[in-house]
Design a protein around this ligand. Structure first.
Ligand code: R5P
Length: 320
């Protein structure tokens, strides 16, 4: 006789961030779904779902980190395999979306690759998407399936509020685009806001902070940004606020991309602490005592719980 099926969500880990997927599964009190990955000598990948997912509500946890392109191909094959295995509904849980920065046609003849990524995920069979702190809000509109775009800003705020250092602080936005998020961050921490006027030209990865609107003198500056990639934006912002007389400087960032020589830059910078989330794993060789990681597993687990149960995510939504 067959058993009555369980209605728990099924959490499947891609190979980019098994640790985060395991934490999410633990929060949800479900085991990780069993999957086998075979990588062949011709670099082809075979994914085999070793779990009964028939008609189940499945959540594939896969972030974007090196090797970015290979990992994305794995995501597509994994989703396709789940559809082959008759999964009822597949939600792609993407803490950091691949190619999120390629979100606009800012010069002729280029691919808006974030849109292509969205199309490919849907073509592979994703029925829904759960994303976190997308580089820009319009990316959510690239998906032809429902997307929940949540924010980890409250997770970072909580981590900072827990250690009240009794200092006069000021939240600093790295540019005008980040001012809305940083403003919310400042609002929930009841702190003043300063905004850096930053200029970037074309695909030049070098950002130039120009001036600050707001007062940082004598205050402990807390720079807020959605991601740290090469570190140029944050480190130069840190130099600028210190040059403007800040007492100290630290940064709170959602996505620790830490590409290029970001960690060397961090070590040579006046930044006393960098708080990031585990939306992307920080490998051993990129760790530094100044980098503190807070987990978004409880946040993502709560989002999955609500999606699975058909409840609203309104209060978790990003308002970028
Ligand atoms: C820019 O629009 C973003 O908010 C980040 O400031 C940027 O992506 C960080 O890049 P990097 O660390 O390479 O300066």
């Amino acid at each position: 006789m067959f058993q009555v099926p369980s209605h728990d969500p099924v959490v499947i880990a891609g190979s980019t961030h098994r640790e985060l997927a395991s934490r999410i599964a633990a929060e949800l009190k479900v085991p990780l779904g069993r999957v086998r990955f075979n990588r062949f000598s011709n670099e082809n990948l075979k994914v085999c779902i070793e779990e009964n997912v028939r008609d189940r509500d499945v959540y594939v946890v896969q972030t974007s980190c090196p090797p970015v392109n290979e990992s994305f191909m794995e995501t597509l094959i994994l989703i396709d395999a789940l559809k082959s295995a008759s999964a009822g509904r597949v939600t792609a849980v993407l803490p950091y979306l691949p190619y999120a920065r390629s979100d606009k046609q800012d010069e002729p003849g280029i691919s808006v690759t974030a849109r292509l990524v969205a199309d490919l995920l849907v073509t592979a069979g994703a029925n829904r998407v759960l994303a976190m702190d997308l580089h820009s809000p319009q990316i959510a509109g690239f998906f032809r399936v429902p997307i929940d775009h949540i924010t980890a800003i409250p997770v970072l705020c909580d981590a900072l509020v827990k250690r009240d250092e009794g200092a006069a602080r000021v939240v600093v936005a790295t540019d005008i685009g980040e001012a809305k998020d940083a403003g919310r961050f400042a609002g929930s921490m009841k702190l003043p806001l300063a905004v850096i006027d930053k200029r970037r030209s074309g695909d030049d990865e070098h950002a130039v902070p120009n001036a600050i609107v707001g007062d940082v003198k004598g205050r402990h500056a807390l720079i807020v940004d959605d991601e740290i990639a090469t570190g140029g934006t944050i480190m130069e912002a840190a130099e600028l606020v210190m040059g403007m007389g800040a007492a100290s400087v630290e940064a709170a960032v959602v996505h620790p991309v830490l590409s290029g020589n970001a960690v060397e830059r961090l070590r040579a910078s006046p930044l006393r602490r960098l708080i990031v989330t585990d939306s992307i794993p920080v490998p051993e060789h990129k760790r530094d005592p100044r980098i503190e990681v807070v987990s978004v597993a409880p946040l993502l687990a709560e989002a999955i719980r609500r999606i699975h149960g058909g409840h609203s995510l309104y209060d978790m939504a990003s308002r970028r």
